[in-house]
Design a binder for this molecule. Structure first.
Ligand code: E4P
Length: 218
C-alpha cells in the first residue's frame, strides 16, 4: 500500500519524507490556502522533496480552461499529478491529460461507485473517494472503497484507489484490509500509525533493565 500525505505544509512533508515512508503528496485548494503559499512555488518545492506523484488541483470548471491550467501545472515538475474534479468536464480533461500530456491524473471528490467507474473509463491514474466526508453524513465511507475495489477488479481497471479524506488510523487499516492501493492522510494521522501503549510500556521496561546492567553497546 502506498502512503501519500495530504498537506501542502512543506516542513511536514520534509520531516515525513525523511522517515522513508512517503510515496507521494496530495494537495487541494483548501490545503494551499492553509499553507499560505503560492500554488506554483509550493508545488515546485514539494516536488523537489518527494520523488512520487504530487497532486496539484485545477480550479477551472470548464474543459478548455482546465486544460490550460493542467498544462501550466504540468510544467512545474515531471512528478506533478494533475487533479481534476469528478464532473463531465473533469472526466473529459482527465482523458486528454492522460493522452495528450501523458500525465498522471487524480480524479477527486468521488462519492459514489458509479463516479469511480466513470473515472476508470476516463483513464484516471487515481480515483479519490472521500471516506471521512461520507462518514460525516452518517453513511460508511469504507463501503464505497469496497464497492470500487470489486468493480475495478471485475474489469481489471488499472486506476488506483486513493483513499482520501482520511480522519483516523482505523480508516487506514480498513482501506488496507480492503486492498485500496493508496491512502492519503494528514501528517498527524500518518504519525499516529506507529503508536501503541504497549510499545511505549515495553520500551520503558527494556530501557530500565538495560540501565541496571551498567553496560554500553557503543
Ligand atoms: C484528497 O486528495 C483531499 O485533499 C483530502 O483527502 C480531503 O480531505 P478532507 O475531507 O479532510 O478535507
Amino acid at each position: 500500500m502506498k502512503f501519500f500525505v495530504d498537506t501542502a505544509d512543506v516542513k511536514e512533508i520534509r520531516e515525513l519524507n525523511a522517515l522513508g515512508l512517503l510515496d507521494g503528496v496530495t494537495t487541494n485548494p483548501s490545503l494551499i490556502l492553509k499553507s499560505g503559499g503560492d500554488i506554483k512555488k509550493v508545488t515546485k518545492e514539494i516536488c523537489s522533496i518527494v520523488d512520487g506523484p504530487v497532486s496539484a488541483e485545477v480550479v477551472a470548471t470548464e474543459y478548455d480552461q482546465m486544460m490550460r491550467e493542467a498544462k501550466i501545472l504540468a510544467k512545474i515538475a515531471s512528478n506533478v499529478c494533475i487533479k481534476v474534479p469528478l464532473t463531465l468536464d473533469g472526466l473529459r480533461a482527465c482523458k486528454s491529460i492522460r493522452s495528450d500530456l501523458n500525465r498522471d491524473v487524480n480524479v477527486t471528490l468521488c462519492f459514489s461507485a458509479n463516479q469511480a467507474l466513470l473515472a476508470a473509463k476516463a483513464g484516471a491514474t487515481f480515483i479519490s473517494p472521500f471516506v471521512g466526508r461520507i462518514d460525516d453524513t452518517g453513511s460508511d465511507g469504507m463501503e464505497l472503497i469496497a464497492e470500487i475495489k470489486t468493480i475495478y477488479d471485475n474489469y481489471d481497471f488499472t486506476t488506483e484507489i486513493l483513499t482520501a479524506s482520511v480522519r483516523t488510523v482505523n480508516h487506514v487499516k480498513q482501506a488496507a484490509l480492503i486492498g485500496a492501493h493508496v491512502v492519503t492522510a494528514p501528517p498527524a494521522t500518518l504519525r499516529a500509525l506507529v503508536s501503541h501503549p504497549l510499545t511505549d510500556k515495553g520500551l520503558a521496561a527494556f530501557l530500565a533493565d538495560w540501565a541496571k546492567t551498567g553496560q554500553k553497546i557503543g
